[in-house]
Design a protein around this ligand. Structure first.
Ligand code: VNL
Length: 389
C-alpha cells in the first residue's frame, strides 16, 4: 500500500518537473480579414508570418508553432468575438494574433482579458486599443504616432492651410483630431474637415468640397488598400493636382500592396509611416527575399506584413523563454520587453504602454525601375504613441 502510494508520488513528481519533455504544439489563433473588401489585410499578415517561418522554421525550443486562421470577413465585431472564443475554447490557442481592423480588435479585447491570453495586434491602429486589455501588445503603430510627424513636416515645409479627409471610425478620428491639434499648434489653418464612411465610400462629392475650399494640401486617412486607389482616382478626375492641391497622409494611403496600381496621380505624394518596401537595410533585404520565397512575387509586403513578421518574432521569443509553458502574465512580461532590428529599423515595445517605439519615416512616392515606391528621405527616430506620454 505505502509502496504503491510512494510510486505514484514519484511518478507525479517526475511528471511535474519535466515540462520540457512534454513539449508540444503551441497554437497561435490568427484573427484576420480573409474575405470581403479588406481581404488583403489577412493575406498580408499571413504572408508576413510565412516569411518569418521561412527563415526561422516552424519550431522553436522543440515546440511546433501552428497558426490557426479565422476570418472576420470585414469589420465585424460579432464575428471577431465568436471566432476568438472558438480559438480559445475549442482550439485551445495560447496566443491570439492578427486584427487588421480596429472594431475587430476592440471586440476581442475583453476575451483576451477573461482568458488571460496574450493578444498580439499586427495592424489595428486606433490609439485606445491597448488600453482595452492588459493582455494586448501592439506591433504596428497608432495613427497619432504617424500623424504628429506629418503635421511637423508639413508646417516646416511651407504648408499653411489644410483640409482633412478621414474615414469615420477609430483610426480616422484619431488621425483627424491629432493632425488638427498638431498643425494648429504649429500655426497652421484648417479650412475644412470631412469624415467619410468606412463601408463603400463614394469620394467624388468629398473631393469636390476639398477643391472648392482651395487648401494648399489635403490630409487624408483612409484604411489601406482599395479606398486609396478610389480616392486618388477622384482627386485626379476632378483636377485637384492642377488646382495646386498637394496630398499629405499617414502611409496607409500609399500602402505598398496597392501603390503600383495607383499610377501617376500618386507620384510626389508625401506620407509618414513606419515601413516602406524600399527601406534600405540588410534586414529588409532578407525579409523581402523570404517574403518572395514563401509567397511568390505577385505580392509586395506592406506595413501589415512587417508587423506580423515582428509579432511572430516576439511570439517565438516568448515560447523559447517560457519553455513552451505559456502563462498569460509571464508571456506578457516577455512580450512587453521585446526589442528587435526589424525590416523597418530598430523597434522596441514600451513596457509601460505595450505600444511599439519606432522610427517614423518621411517618404515621397517615386518611380524606380518602372515601379512606384515610397522613397524615404527624412525620419523621426524613437517615436512613441503621443497619446500615452
Ligand atoms: C486600421 C485600418 C488601421 C486600416 C490602418 O492602419 C489601416 C484600423 C494601420 O482599423 O485600425 O490602414
Amino acid at each position: 500500500m505505502t509502496k504503491t502510494l510512494g510510486a505514484v508520488a514519484t511518478a507525479l513528481a517526475a511528471w511535474m518537473t519535466a515540462p520540457a519533455a512534454l513539449a508540444d504544439t503551441i497554437k497561435v489563433g490568427l484573427v484576420g480579414e480573409f474575405s470581403g473588401p479588406f481581404a488583403d489585410y489577412g493575406k498580408e499578415m499571413m504572408a508576413g508570418i510565412k516569411a518569418y517561418q521561412k527563415i526561422h522554421g516552424d519550431t522553436v525550443g522543440g515546440h511546433k508553432i501552428e497558426i490557426v486562421t479565422k476570418d472576420t470577413t470585414g469589420p465585424s465585431p460579432e464575428i471577431a468575438k465568436r471566432v476568438a472564443q472558438e480559438l480559445i475554447v475549442q482550439d485551445k490557442v495560447q496566443f491570439l494574433a492578427g486584427f487588421g481592423l480596429t472594431p475587430n480588435a476592440m471586440a476581442v479585447a475583453p476575451i483576451a482579458t477573461q482568458s488571460k491570453t496574450p493578444m498580439v495586434v499586427m495592424n489595428a491602429a486606433t490609439a485606445a486599443i491597448t488600453t482595452a486589455s492588459p493582455y494586448i501588445v501592439r506591433f504596428s503603430f497608432t495613427l497619432p504616432q504617424m500623424t504628429v510627424p506629418m503635421a511637423t513636416w508639413a508646417s516646416k515645409n511651407g504648408v499653411k492651410s489644410v483640409y482633412t479627409v478621414a474615414s469615420d471610425y477609430g483610426p480616422g478620428i484619431d488621425a483627424e483630431e491629432t493632425f488638427i491639434k498638431a498643425f494648429k499648434a504649429n500655426g497652421g489653418t484648417i479650412v475644412g474637415s470631412v469624415r467619410v464612411p468606412l463601408k463603400s465610400p463614394e469620394f467624388a462629392p468629398f473631393v469636390q468640397r476639398v477643391k472648392d475650399a482651395k487648401p494648399q494640401a489635403v490630409f487624408v486617412f483612409l484604411p489601406a488598400g482599395e479606398q486609396g486607389i478610389a480616392f486618388m482616382k477622384s482627386f485626379n478626375e476632378r483636377g485637384l493636382a492642377q488646382a495646386g492641391i498637394k496630398v499629405i497622409a499617414p502611409g496607409d494611403l500609399t500602402d505598398d500592396n496597392v501603390l503600383d496600381a495607383m499610377g501617376d496621380p500618386i507620384l510626389g505624394v508625401i506620407t509618414t509611416h513606419n515601413y516602406s518596401a524600399a527601406h534600405d537595410s540588410p534586414e529588409n533585404k532578407a525579409f523581402l527575399k523570404a517574403f518572395a520565397d514563401a509567397n511568390g512575387t505577385s505580392m509586395r509586403p506592406n506595413f501589415m506584413a512587417v508587423a506580423a513578421y515582428d509579432g511572430m518574432a516576439a511570439i517565438y521569443e516568448t515560447v523559447r523563454k517560457l519553455n513552451g509553458k505559456i502563462d498569460g502574465e509571464k508571456a506578457m512580461d516577455v512580450l512587453k520587453n521585446f526589442k528587435t532590428t526589424s525590416p523597418r529599423g530598430a523597434v522596441a515595445i514600451d513596457p509601460a504602454t505595450r505600444e511599439i517605439v519606432e522610427t517614423v519615416y518621411v517618404r515621397r512616392v517615386e518611380r524606380r525601375d518602372g515601379k512606384l515606391y515610397n522613397v524615404e528621405f527624412d525620419s523621426f527616430p524613437n517615436v512613441k504613441d503621443p497619446t500615452k506620454e
